[in-house]
Design a protein around this ligand. Structure first.
Ligand SMILES: [Zn+2]
Length: 490
């Protein structure tokens, strides 16, 4: 589960109920004790110290990949990434301002007069390696503007006071400016904003979105105001912009880091060609061995609950569901990378899926599963947003599991991999006991979450996770069958 939410509007709405069909009674499956023992074994392996906290690109990733491919093979899966590959490889990129003072330069020019903006300039272009700007008109925002027109800032550099940045940042997304020129009034404001801009964020290498950001010192900010002078005038097209008749030129020096990583994908083809697929997903990555306070004695975040438990539940649920052989639909098992860095593996899957996204009848994400004891109800994260609700309630009823609503839905729906599929129109939910008991969940979030103490050596509660495993085995069979779930996919 990722730490910060980034809200994107989603237009998903409740869809019509799937056709009624009776759910087959559960076959006599493994006992909960047996399931718990298997989960404990897998969590113990994946969250062992020698997997290093499973950071993308690390030796821990190589070990995790080998472990997953071994398990996928054991439960009868075939390579699912296309062309006989188990792995869907992709590159992560993080660009940060160069730490060398004076290495980035910028000038603002009006007519024959130029002012340098280079003194104290901190600049980064998060989406591009070649970060030079030439002949970019500088504009400001009309104080009365409410919304910016989509793409109204393409090939423009917008002057924004640092104090306004948090309020305005989301408004820039659709307007797609080429650059933001962030101005400051005090040294304190400059330092604080520099910290935010310099941190950098990992993104998919294929993601070139977003503007370059140029943070000006108070002196350079005053110089820019001086250059613009009395030229400010409202844009004749009424776009909420102020034209300055001033041109930006910049050369941005940045340091770029790259990580090669991969999703690990297995697949069991269904019996009915063209019937679509059921997807199970769980993120394999965690925070690595450079985690927590610098002076802590244990700095390895093992990620036992987050998310070795999700992988273990996924593999065991698929193993149980497929014991009777293939279903009508394909079953795709997706261990995603880089969830902790912003759902990046799930986004990479959605951007280049091995099967067309509209053929995915149902997707079940498994994240941070091992928190609640046996007998805990389940929450459906994504309830009301897909056509899966009826089938889930039927399978839960037959298995004697109660579904309860959760007021955590709004906060946590965008913080898990299923979100990256849901925003692309895939019916993706997270069904889990872990969110159902508020006290247990908050106790985990307040103690072991994203800390070195999320360690199998400290003991992991497996009761709810074992029950959720059997529930998911039932969900895979229900949604994998054209008889019980004819709708969706294919
Ligand atoms: Zn996490």
């Amino acid at each position: 589960m990722i730490a910060l939410s980034r809200t994107i509007a989603v237009g998903a709405a409740a869809l019509s109920l799937a056709a009624c069909a009776t759910v087959p009674a559960p076959q006599t499956g493994p006992s909960l004790d047996m399931v718990e023992a298997r989960l404990a074994e897998d969590i113990g392996a994946l969250a062992a110290d020698d997997f290093g906290g499973r950071y993308p690109g690390s030796e821990g990733e190589a070990k995790t990949q080998r472990w997953l491919i071994q398990r996928y093979s054991e439960i009868g899966l075939q390579p699912g990434a296309g062309e006989g590959d188990w792995t869907q490889d992709f590159t992560l990129v993080r660009r940060q301002p160069s730490e060398e003072a004076g290495s980035s330069t910028a000038t603002a020019t009006r007519g024959s007069r130029s002012v340098s903006l280079s003194q104290g300039l901190i600049a980064v272009d998060p989406g591009r390696d070649d970060a030079n700007l030439a002949d970019v008109p500088i504009v400001g925002l009309d104080p009365d503007f409410e919304e910016l027109q989509p793409r109204s800032l393409v090939n423009r550099a917008v002057r924004v006071p640092a104090a306004e940045l948090p309020r305005l940042f989301s408004k820039f997304e659709a307007a797609a400016p080429k650059a933001l020129i962030v101005t400051t009034q005090t040294a304190e404001e400059y330092e604080k904003t520099a910290g935010l801009i310099s941190r950098g964020r990992w993104r998919l290498g294929s993601d070139t979105s977003g503007p370059a950001v140029l943070l000006l010192s108070p002196q350079a900010s005053a110089g820019l105001s001086d250059a613009i002078g009395a030229n400010a005038k409202r844009h004749p097209d009424g776009l909420g912009l102020i034209a300055y008749d001033t041109i930006l030129k910049a050369s941005i020096a940045q340091k770029t880091d790259r990580i090669e990583t991969a999703n690990v994908i297995g697949r069991l083809p269904g019996r009915v060609p063209g019937a679509g697929a059921v997807v199970l997903l769980a993120h394999w990555d965690h925070l690595g061995d450079d985690c927590g306070p610098p002076d802590a004695t244990d700095r390895l975040c093992n990620g036992a609950v987050d998310n070795a438990s999700g992988l273990a539940v996924m593999i065991e649920a698929v193993r149980i569901a497929l014991q009777g052989g293939p279903l009508d639909r394909d079953v795709i098992v997706l261990a995603t990378s880089s969830e902790e860095l912003g759902l990046l593996g799930a986004k990479a899957f959605a951007a280049d899926p091995p099967v067309p996204l509209p053929t995915i009848a149902a997707a079940f994400n498994l994240d941070t599963m091992a928190i609640a004891p046996r007998g805990t109800p389940v929450v459906v994260l994504g309830a009301g947003k897909t056509a899966l609700d009826y089938g889930i309630s039927e399978v839960a009823r037959v298995r004697g599991r109660e579904i309860v609503p959760s007021d955590l839905q709004d906060a946590f729906l965008p913080r898990q991999d299923g979100w990256a599929l849901l925003v692309e129109g895939v019916p993706a939910v997270l069904v889990s006991s872990a969110l159902a008991d508020r006290a247990d969940f908050e106790s985990f979030m307040g103690s072991d979450y994203h800390r070195a103490s999320d360690d199998p050596a400290r003991g992991v509660e497996l009761g709810g996770a074992a029950e959720d495993t059997l529930l998911h085995a039932g969900l895979i069979r229900y949604f994998g069958s054209l008889q019980t779930y004819p709708g969706g996919g294919g």
